[in-house]
Design a protein around this ligand. Structure first.
Ligand code: GLU
Length: 299
């Protein structure tokens, strides 16, 4: 197993839009196991930048779910809603270096411009921004702030292998601060991962297509790029991915050992479950299996 250059620091970064479900546990467990297998630290960050989507008490509920599973962070959790000054400082740097610009476009204007633009498709969740305000807003007030992007990002995922995305044509200049005044996930996550010294990001595969945007932003801010591992998604019986937004059931924590064992199986681990095993024992065994798997991959 390659020795990381920096002390390993990993994190689990739930958005508290609802309780953890079977799918989010897979990401949480994988990030915990990878940190333990590398002898590193595991942090929890509450990604509550989008306040209106976070019901009161949901973050505390998630922290309680993690505790019930024996997944205890090594440092006190940080809350994105309390870190606006850091995000503003990063945006100010990007504006000062000409890499971010104010955008006066409304959604309707972007949609209309988009319809006139041939060959661009909303592959990555948002309409491709056609660059209308790149050269200035012509006296209109800026509503949002965007990153000026350039071309293709090549990156490597530890499970998915070599990846590439042409951020300029597939996404366009993306939003850093939204028209409603909220910080965009992309900016908050990049600033926080760097500020917390995160060396390894382990999270669900649904976030993989955000990674090139995040790498573009790291490069614009002169920040290091962590290693990435995107874990398999858990699908509902109808084939949709489980997500808090589509109302996936909260984890049933009447039997935390069983939940951990199911999540471990989804990660390809086959733990023995002697009767009466505790969450702590099971987690220790799983960490050993995870380390052995890393060692055999490296061999
Ligand atoms: N907050 C994001 C989510 O809950 C995860 C972000 C990340 O791990 O980078 O989907």
């Amino acid at each position: 197993m390659a020795t990381p250059l920096m002390p390993y620091r990993g994190r689990f970064a739930p958005s508290p839009t609802g309780p953890l479900h079977d799918g989010s546990l897979v990401a949480a467990l994988a990030s915990w196991l990878d940190a333990r297998a590398h002898g590193g630290a595991w942090l929890v960050r509450i990604e509550d930048v989008d306040g209106p989507r976070c019901p009161p008490g949901a973050a505390e509920f998630i922290l309680g779910q993690l505790a019930a599973l024996g997944l205890q962070p090594d440092e006190p959790p940080v809350w994105q809603s309390r870190r606006g000054e850091l995000y503003q400082a990063a945006l100010d740097r990007l504006i000062a270096s000409g890499q971010a610009y104010g955008c006066a476009c409304t959604r309707a204007e972007i949609a209309a411009a988009y319809e006139r633009t041939i060959g661009l498709r909303p592959k990555h969740g948002e309409l491709v921004y056609p660059g209308t305000c790149r050269g200035g807003t012509h006296g209109r007030p800026a509503r949002a702030w965007r990153l000026r992007v350039h071309g293709r990002i090549d990156w490597r995922d530890r499970r998915l292998g070599a990846q590439t995305q042409d951020v300029a044509t597939e996404v366009g200049d993306f939003v850093l601060k939204r028209a409603d005044g909220l910080w965009a996930y992309q900016l908050a996550v990049v600033v926080d991962d760097a500020d917390q010294g995160i060396t390894d990001i382990v999270r669900g595969e649904d976030l993989a297509d955000n990674t090139p945007r995040q790498i573009a932003l790291q490069q614009a801010l002169g920040l290091p790029t962590p290693r990435y591992l995107h874990t398999p998604l858990v699908l509902a019986p109808d084939g949709h991915k489980l997500s808090k937004q589509n109302g996936a059931a909260a984890l049933d924590l009447s039997d935390p050992v069983a939940r951990l064992a199911e999540a471990a199986q989804r990660l390809g681990l086959r733990p023995d479950l002697p009767p009466g095993i505790t969450t702590a024992d099971l987690l220790a065994r799983l960490a050993t299996h995870w380390r052995q798997a890393l060692e055999s991959q490296a061999a």
